[in-house]
Design a protein around this ligand. Structure first.
Ligand SMILES: [Fe+2]
Length: 395
């Protein structure tokens, strides 16, 4: 988790009265403490103070189910999913289309066509919302969180939010819904909880909510809540963003992929050097613009490798990716465990004279097998699994 933050007013100790000074509700003359934890009570937590009890509901309705299905009859093969061609639809929540999944995560793409008007909360999973295109801010329980292109937006589970876009027609997202907490790798942090010198980012690269957006209104407000496949709408008699202060280590934050500081060796360094986040069953890596390997005979694109015990997904963000041909921005490639993959023919020689790459890609490597959805299969490039052979004949 990133470091300690606080906004607004707080009592001098936890679990004591925060006096409302006449700004009281229910005649109790105090604000209402609300603890939000991770891993039961064992890991990062925050304490928020509300003007009204956050437990007040007037109506609870079941509003649907999202079944995530497996596409039938997909052989073990490499895949290129042209998700940049996905049509626009829905809002930043309802417009999410599932691409692939396993027991640890669901990967979605979203190219919305209309603004999010209703508050939303994921009650069962953290969300990593990668901003392929777009800018604006998230209106959250913890305050206003600005975002821009290239941001990883980490939204801890149970954070109520609404995306407020500068221009909804430009928004384009890749979302990882993760069933364990998303964290900064422990090996990046010293025994005092500070990031080591020499790791690819540090505390100033992480941005939390900038200001509270306290709403003090007795106005019926609905929240759409997702927990796994189930959708529920709760109605509160007041606006839930009535927080006057909070502190702690668990809150929504952003990290921009272009702030990742890549390392280069004399020869190729493997993906653990690009690791950015970790969670149960997978890691997230950032392939950011960087100088290339500088041994005079260095092969500057990754060697062929069999990624045993991992399914490897790349999401292409910007620039031209040195080891691939014919892969579009906004696409995924999925290279499953059990079969080798590597640079397309011609890319090794092409890279020999290059000193730098401007490519930007996000990778997630999963311990467990990923299953493709029917929606993803519709975006599949059928030529990709054979493209090494086809390319070889023309180079
Ligand atoms: Fe790979």
């Amino acid at each position: 988790m990133p470091n300690y933050r606080s906004l607004g007013i707080l009592p001098p100790k936890r679990h004591i009265h925060l006096e409302a000074n006449g700004d009281s509700f229910l005649g109790e003359n105090m604000y209402y403490e609300h603890l939000i934890t991770t891993c039961g009570f064992d890991r990062a937590y925050s304490i928020l103070y509300h003007k009204r009890p956050p437990t007040r509901n007037t109506k609870i309705e079941r509003v649907g189910t999202t079944k995530i299905e497996e596409a039938p009859d997909v052989p073990l093969q490499h895949l290129h999913l042209k998700s940049g061609e996905l049509g626009r639809g829905g809002d930043p929540i309802s417009g999410r289309i599932p691409m692939m999944f396993n027991d640890d995560l669901v990967c979605w793409r979203c190219r919305p066509e209309k603004e999010q008007t209703e508050l939303y909360r994921n009650g069962a999973a953290d969300e990593v919302i990668f901003i392929q295109h777009g800018s604006g801010y998230f209106d959250t329980l913890f305050g206003k969180l600005p975002y821009q292109r290239g941001d990883y937006v980490i939204m801890p589970r149970t954070t109520t939010y609404r995306m407020v876009s500068d221009d909804i027609d430009r928004e384009d997202h890749m979302i990882l819904e993760t069933f364990s907490s998303v964290r900064i790798p422990e090996r990046y942090q010293n025994a005092d909880g500070q990031m080591y010198l020499g790791v690819p980012y540090y505390e100033r690269d992480f941005h939390g909510p900038t200001e509270l957006n306290t709403v003090d209104e007795e106005v019926e407000t609905t929240i759409l809540i997702k927990d796994h496949e189930r959708w529920t709408r709760v109605t509160m008699p007041h606006h839930p963003f009535d927080v006057v202060g909070w502190d702690g280590f668990s809150y929504p934050y952003t990290f921009n992929a272009w702030d990742f500081e890549p390392l280069t060796g004399t020869t190729h360094l493997p993906p653990p050097f690009q690791q950015t986040f970790e969670a149960r069953g997978f890691v997230i890596c950032t392939f950011a613009p960087r100088h290339l390997d500088h041994h005079p005979k260095a092969i500057k694109v990754p060697y062929v490798h069999s990624n045993v015990e991992a399914d490897e997904v790349l999401f292409y963000v910007d620039g031209e990716f040195g080891s691939r041909k014919g892969v579009d921005l906004g696409s995924f490639t999925l290279h499953p465990g059990g079969i080798p993959h590597g640079p397309h023919p011609g890319t090794i020689m092409k890279s020999m004279d290059m000193a730098k790459t401007e490519e930007m890609a996000v990778m997630f490597d999963t311990d467990r097998k990923l299953y493709l959805t029917p929606q993803a299969l519709e975006l599949n490039d059928p030529h990709y699994p054979l493209s090494w052979m086809e390319e070889a004949q023309t180079v």
